[in-house]
Design a protein around this ligand. Structure first.
Ligand code: MLT
Length: 267
């Protein structure tokens, strides 16, 4: 997997295919492999760029206490510079990747052609939620990211996938254990600090697809429907038989929805 210097670290990424660029931003605490099926689908007609965010997968990490969503968005802009991407991109992010995609819209609007918000949320953490997240971050820092598997994994997938698709569960476990302890903890603290995007949704002025697993218990279909309602002209697609990680659980349906959106964008 290639890498490039970005700000103060080495960032690993996949860059495959030709044509209009599409950036796929993974969720927490995963890496670019959660998009493997979508990278393959997108790269048939477009250019798919899928990084491991700082602290995750094979990318380098930093020593900051918190990695903010703003910093991650700026890292993505720097990655686009490094890859000589000067045309506007479609930014597709799942969950934490969605928080980052929203920040990318806020900070780098001229570089954006479209947004895909998958299984994500617009609101900030509650005070209690943020405090809990910081406690979890301290534990991850001390004991490593694998401690998240027990508490988080059953909430990421449908019960049917957990019970009947061991290959999906195993690949997820591998990703969840693979990050840098300090970096994963810092990203968790950064999510606790993220802004409330709800009042800004009405100002989003690029084509947007909102995609949600029908059984997502973290960013529920009702919450995602509210996001789609608030973004002018946004399209909502609900993926049956998927929880929070719809691209992993229902790769064919998610790739089809993504490709339909990409193919329909104005040139
Ligand atoms: C994710 O999948 O990225 C996480 O569920 C995000 C979060 O914990 O808010």
């Amino acid at each position: 997997m290639p890498s490039t210097p970005i700000h103060d670290i080495e960032l690993s990424y996949v860059d495959r295919g030709n044509g209009d660029p599409v950036v796929l931003v993974h969720g927490f605490p995963l890496d670019h492999r959660m998009w493997d099926a979508q990278i393959a689908a997108v790269a048939r007609r477009y250019r798919a760029i899928a990084p491991d965010l700082p602290g995750f997968g094979r990318s380098g990490s930093r020593s900051n206490e918190a990695f903010t969503m703003e910093q991650f968005a700026d890292d993505l802009a720097a990655l686009l510079d490094a890859r000589q991407v000067h045309t506007p991109v479609v930014m597709c992010g799942l969950s934490m990747g969605g928080y980052i995609a929203l920040e990318f819209w806020k900070r780098h609007r001229s570089r954006l052609r479209g947004l895909v918000l998958c299984d994500t949320r617009a609101d900030a953490d509650s005070a209690a939620g943020a405090a809990l997240r910081c406690q979890t971050a301290d534990r991850v820092h001390r004991e490593g990211p694998a401690v998240l598997i027990e508490t988080m994994l059953p909430r990421l997938l449908t019960a049917a996938t957990v019970a009947g698709r061991p290959e999906v569960v195993e690949s997820l476990r591998g990703m969840m254990a693979g990050g840098d302890a300090r970096g994963v903890a810092a990203a968790s603290r950064g999510m606790a600090q993220r802004r409330d995007f709800t009042p800004l949704l009405a100002a989003i002025d690029c084509p947007t697809l909102v995609l949600v697993g029908g059984e997502d218990v973290i960013s529920t279909p009702a919450e995602m429907a509210a996001i789609a309602r608030d973004i002018p002209g946004a399209r909502l697609v609900e993926i049956a038989g998927a929880g929070h990680l719809s691209p992993l659980e229902q790769p064919v349906a998610v790739s089809a929805a993504l490709m339909q959106f990409l193919d329909g964008l104005p040139q």
